[in-house]
Design a binder for this molecule. Structure first.
Ligand SMILES: Nc1ncnc2c1ncn2[C@@H]1O[C@H](COP(=O)(O)OP(=O)(O)OP(=O)(O)O)[C@@H](O)[C@H]1O
Ligand SMILES: [Mg+2]
Length: 590
């Protein structure tokens, strides 16, 4: 007797389901993708009890004949892929013929479907992969697929399901994601018979983004200009740094229309903010990537969430360029015309065709909202609107005329008068931003080093010493020269020349301490992080004087991102006259 046997089909499907169907949201994903592939104009998703009791996806797409509906339940039965070459140029969301049989094998399953030109439809009931009933059905053209009692026959998997609310949240995220991928389709989501949302067909991708975001946030969207690289094209939107978050749940990335997750893409997005984000923060982003299908492998992940790029660097560079361009202050690149209109952002962001954007430049409103303080402690509206328009000529000149330095506040802040009200300026944050950008600019030609006459010796824990020595090259890139001195001692013989230091040993000890012991995601000694930590440490408590404040302001506005320090803290915060008026409204005595 041979030991190897071919699995019966149902068992094989259940095994496959283990990969394809992790939780209710993955069922929703597969069914919605099928509806999109079927050309639906309207997709409705119903879930009960987080999807554990019922998942139903209804569409008005092309439907199936009885024969096709029966075939769809067979493993590897697909209408979307015919030849091996076809796999290299897949444009549909599905291609394996795995999803329907997998879901049917782990639920009480029903397909009700009708082709538009047929009088009658078909209804097929399946229990745990076994067909129970096939009959004629009077139904609307399109397809309804229902999966009840998910994992009822797989108790081990059922245990992995989380609380209903958690599963429901995943479902909601999933439907939003596909709603963004297919803006022309109406999407409705109902949970336990209550409507969660009903998104009408949107003309363009940005309209869909706005429907989901709501008008207030949509006003803050910053368009990323369409950017082409080697076989790649990207476009999209980001929100200002204040809306950045730790996780990546608010990043929506589409590759040739398919939602994907990719750490390289997230990194490129964050990198584009060049020190405008706090440690480990990710910007809210909507990104559409168009790539020649032959340059990417979409068949590497069981749920097709991840992909493999043949030339990841091209993709990264193009994203980086687009984000950098999108975030540039208007003075740097934007045509005057674009900035002049006082229109809110969205009108001008409307794309001609979804999903590729064609914004000509970041509108003033979007740029102004970049200035919003990261953690406002008071209700503050986006500071300094209007500045961006004026900045077109030269931010410096405009600045001098628009801000009048008035007074020092507790030796720490500087009060400025602007055309719109009161601006509070934080010289330390400004100092950090200026230092950070100087260091970053110097990186290309090599950061100038100032040799220490008396090298600083620092005793370190052996493991820390080892780490620091291994990162010697990275430290050298920011101008810090270190070497082993013997025993557990580290010798520091050079520091960046732009660092104003009277007490290098204290400074360097603190710096190493911070680098070694603060828990941070990502690479501890990456240039970005080194530069940020250095900037923070280099900005000694500024002995603020009014003259110094003016000089700092001038320098600040030569920076690429003047409105926040390297860790995202604001450098300027405005209280507009309107805002002040509102606060003192009660004082005017009617
Ligand atoms: N809502 C639908 N409307 C019309 N046809 C559908 C629908 N859902 C599934 N089908 C048909 O059933 C087939 C099998 O679907 P299934 O999801 O199992 O595979 P697939 O979409 O081809 O590939 P993948 O496993 O990658 O999703 C599809 O190829 C399609 O022809
Ligand atoms: Mg499918």
């Amino acid at each position: 007797m041979p030991k190897i046997r071919v699995l019966p089909d149902i068992l094989a499907s259940q095994v496959a389901a283990g990969e394809v169907v992790e939780r209710p949201a993955s069922v929703v994903k597969e069914l919605v993708e099928n509806s999109i592939d079927a050309g639906a104009r309207e997709i409705r998703v119903d879930v009960d009890r987080g999807g554990a009791a019922l998942i139903r996806v209804s569409d008005d797409g092309c439907g199936m004949s009885r024969e096709d509906a029966l075939l769809s339940l067979e493993r590897h039965a697909t209408s979307k892929l015919r030849t091996a070459e076809g796999l290299g140029e897949i444009r549909t969301l599905g291609f394996r013929g795995e999803a329907v049989p997998s879901i049917a094998s782990v639920s009480r399953f029903r397909i009700i479907t009708r082709e538009p030109d047929q009088d009658a439809g078909t209804e097929i009931s399946v229990d745990g992969g076994k067909i129970r009933d096939v009959r004629d059905a009077g139904c609307a053209p399109g397809t309804v697929i229902e999966a009840k009692a998910l994992f009822y026959n797989m108790p081990a998997r059922k245990k992995f399901m989380r609380a209903e609310t958690t599963e429901a949240a995943h479902v909601e995220h999933q439907v939003r994601l596909h709603a963004l991928a297919a803006p022309a389709v109406r999407f409705r989501l109902r949970r336990d018979d209550r409507e969660i949302f009903d998104l009408p067909p949107a003309g363009t991708a940005v309209d869909r983004v706005r429907q989901i975001l709501g008008t207030d946030l949509a006003k803050e969207l910053i368009p990323l200009p369409e950017t082409r690289g080697n076989g790649v094209m990207v476009s999209g939107f980001v929100l200002p740094p204040i809306h950045a978050r730790k996780g990546r749940r608010h990043q929506f990335v589409f590759l040739n229309g398919r939602p994907v997750e990719d750490p390289m893409i997230s990194r490129a997005l964050a990198e584009g903010f060049r020190g405008g984000l706090g440690e480990g923060m990710h910007p809210a982003a909507w990104l559409w990537i168009e790539l020649e299908p032959s340059l990417v492998d979409v068949n590497v992940h069981p749920a097709k969430r991840e992909v493999r790029f043949h030339r990841p660097v091209d993709v990264r560079d193009t994203i980086l360029e687009s984000v950098t361009e999108g975030l540039k202050p208007p003075a740097a690149a934007k045509p005057r015309l674009e900035l002049d209109s006082g229109h809110p952002v969205p009108e001008r962001m409307a794309h001609e065709t979804a999903p590729v954007s064609r914004p000509l430049g970041a509108p003033a409103g979007a740029w102004a909202s970049l200035m919003r303080p990261v953690q406002p402690t008071l209700p503050i509206r986006p500071p300094l609107p209007g500045l961006a328009e004026k900045a077109v000529e030269s931010s410096e000149i405009v600045l001098k005329s628009r801000f009048r330095v008035m007074a020092l506040l507790h030796q720490r802040y500087v009060l400025l008068e602007s055309d719109d009200g009161l601006v509070i300026f934080d010289p330390k944050a400004a100092h950090e931003r200026i230092f950070y950008e100087k260091l970053t600019r110097a990186q290309e030609g090599g950061v100038p080093v100032q040799g220490l006459l008396v090298p600083v010796l620092v005793d370190l824990d052996p493991r820390d010493l080892d780490t620091v020595l291994r990162e010697r090259m990275a430290l050298a890139e920011v101008g810090i020269e270190v070497a082993a001195f013997g025993g557990n001692t580290l010798q520091i013989s050079g520091v960046p020349a732009m660092l104003p230091l009277d007490e290098p040993s204290v400074f360097l000890r603190q710096l190493l301490d911070e680098l070694l012991h603060e828990s941070v995601p990502g690479k501890r000694f990456a240039f970005e992080r080194l530069a940020r930590v250095l900037a923070k440490r280099a900005a000694l408590p500024v002995r603020a004087s009014l003259g110094e404040a003016q000089r700092l302001l001038d320098e600040l506005f030569k920076c690429e991102l003047p409105y926040c320090a390297a860790d995202g803290r604001p450098t300027l915060t405005e209280f507009s006259l309107n805002e002040l008026g509102r606060r003192f409204a009660g004082n005017r005595g009617g």
